[in-house]
Write a protein that binds this ligand. Structure first.
Ligand SMILES: Cc1ncc(COP(=O)(O)O)c(C=O)c1O
Ligand SMILES: [Zn+2]
Length: 449
């Protein structure tokens, strides 16, 4: 990519979202030249629009609102992107990373499968349904995307340690990415996480800190430490504006994999809410760049009933999200005080979607449904996402005839207990034909055969 091209500039425009918050829109700009943060041009406050220069800032100096990356984008063609690597770095010029980011050792996440789910669609009475299968990432969740972007930006800013508070998947991704980059990692998790997620963090050799408390307690501790440890990049705290941009690549890939067009409906799991907000941003950027047609899309958010502060605010018509104490098997989504909650409400209301929740039994049932219909064993988070899709269909809040994408954000092998049978429920046979025939005859519906 050279600096000779010019294109739309994404800048804040006041009063375009619910509650008069600024929303990034595109305008035309003059010639741009990539810097060490690519075509990123600055940081803008998501509350008041105040802008500041790129660097290790995450809160507005005027109002303490969260900051977001703005760009001075080059004119990009579909062919430019298609010529790139089969990873998130095909979209490097739309991310706050150096232009040569793909050349330094990294986990190369992204370019995961978009699976056409015809069996599941038939089961649900839908016409066209796709599953974006994030198990294909290096540590089996979408978190590898956000971490790769945060790491690249953090290295540019001179940070020496990669850290995070995590509900599990992020800890896996940070520990792996730091190992690959040859830097130290320190990950903080609630001590009661799934054993698979703890082991899959510890194995990479960084420092694992198990905290006696909820994710929100862990997050508070990380925020205090981020102020204290100057060369520690907490990916989702003090470098959060860069980290969050990584989730845009899910939206870019969906549009490209659909043949350069947007789906009509998308259902996204919500913990902090960053993934949902950034998928919407990705779709709007592709429209602004002329890479896809400006067709309407509705964004739906999914939460577990045991941790549903955003769904509750949506139902009650509130703009403010009231924190809750989580109690759900969907531990990856158990954030009681979601940083992006108000922005999820903005996106969902603007696009005509819904934020809804389902209980843990519905989560388990949906995990099994995805596995049995499409051969995809997703984690509890997809149980929430598919569970909410089923519930929205049952209540007529989503259109079964409109093309729909759901996100499978993580791997069922990390949340085995959710679908494990009780101890001793596995029937074991002797290695003989007679034993097998007796076993076969005992199967439900097979007694007569
Ligand atoms: C598997 C999985 N899905 C979804 C999410 C939600 O992501 P966000 O915090 O961006 O809403 C998480 C967050 O930890 C996760 O681990
Ligand atoms: Zn501000």
């Amino acid at each position: 990519m050279t600096g000779a091209k010019s294109g739309p500039r994404l800048v804040p425009a006041v009063g375009t979202d619910e509650g008069e918050r600024p929303r990034l829109v595109s305008t035309t700009s003059t010639t741009t030249t990539p810097s060490r943060f690519g075509y990123a041009s600055g940081l803008a406050c998501r509350e008041c629009g105040h802008t500041t220069e790129l660097g290790a800032h995450h809160a507005c100096t005027e109002c303490f609102g969260p900051l977001e990356v703005t760009y001075d984008l080059p004119r990009l063609t579909r062919a430019d992107i298609e010529a790139g690597p089969a990873s998130i770095w095909r979209y490097a010029s739309l991310l706050p990373v150096p232009p040569d980011v793909a050349a330094t050792p990294n986990t190369e996440p992204g370019w995961t499968r978009l699976v056409r789910a015809d069996h599941l669609a038939r089961e649900l009475g839908m016409r066209t349904l796709w599953v974006k299968d994030e198990r294909g990432n290096p540590t089996h969740s979408f978190k590898d995307r956000v971490v790769a972007v945060a790491l690249a930006a953090a290295v540019e800013m001179g940070f020496k340690v990669l850290a995070c508070p995590s509900t599990g998947n992020l800890a896996n991704a940070v520990a792996a990415a730091a190992a690959r980059a040859g830097i130290r990692s320190v990950v903080f998790i609630p001590a009661n996480l799934e054993p698979q997620k703890i082991i899959a963090s510890e194995v990479y050799g960084g420092t694992l800190v198990a905290v006696d408390g909820s994710y929100d307690d862990v997050n508070r501790l990380a925020s205090e430490l981020a102020d204290d440890r100057e060369d520690w990049a907490f990916v989702n705290v003090n470098v959060r504006p860069y980290y969050a941009e990584g989730s845009k690549t899910i939206g870019y890939e969906i549009a490209e994999q659909l043949g350069w067009r947007l789906p009509s409906q998308i259902v996204v799991p919500v913990a902090s809410g960053a993934q949902l907000v950034k998928i919407d941003k990705a779709f709007r950027e592709f429209i602004a760049l002329g890479l896809v047609e400006d067709t309407p899309f509705r964004v739906f958010g999914a939460q577990a009933t045991g941790c549903s502060p955003v769904a509750a605010a949506f139902r009650q018509g509130h703009d403010v999200v009231q924190p809750v104490k989580p109690a759900t098997i969907a531990k990856s989504l158990a954030i009681g005080n979601p940083a992006d909650g108000p922005y999820v409400l903005d996106v969902v209301r603007r696009t005509g979607g819904v934020v809804a929740d389902v209980d843990d039994d519905a989560v388990i049932s949906a995990m099994r449904l995805l596995a049995t219909t499409e051969g995809i064993f997703g984690e509890t988070a997809v149980g929430v996402t598919l569970g909410v899709l089923r519930s929205l269909l049952a209540t007529g809040q989503i259109d079964p005839a409109a093309e729909t994408v759901i996100i499978n954000s993580g791997d069922g092998l990390k949340t085995l207990d959710a679908v494990a049978g009780p101890p001793g429920s596995l029937s074991v046979i002797r290695p003989s034909l007679a034993a097998f025939e007796a076993f076969e005859a005992s199967l439900p519906g097979n007694a007569a055969s």
